[in-house]
Design a protein around this ligand. Sequence first.
Ligand SMILES: [Zn+2]
Length: 74
Amino acid sequence: MTKKTGIEFDKSDTEVLLVCHDCGGTWRAFAWTLAEAEKSAEAHEERAHPGYTGGIRQRLDKRHAKRRERAAKR
Ligand SMILES: [Zn+2]
C-alpha cells in the first residue's frame, strides 16, 4: 500500500476538488477552475506545510513549463 502525499487535484468537467493527503485528507477544497484550485492549494500548503519540498509550487511550475513548451511548438 502506497501512502499518498501532497495535494491531490480531482478535476472534472465542471469543477476541481482538492484533498490534502499530508493532512490525512482532512483538508479539502473546492474550486470552479484549475487556476482557482492551484491558488487555494498553494495557500494551504504555505499555511499548513511550509517548506514542504516536492510540493505544489514545484508541481505547478513543472506543469506550467510543460504548457509553455506545448504552446511554443504551435
Ligand atoms: Zn495539508
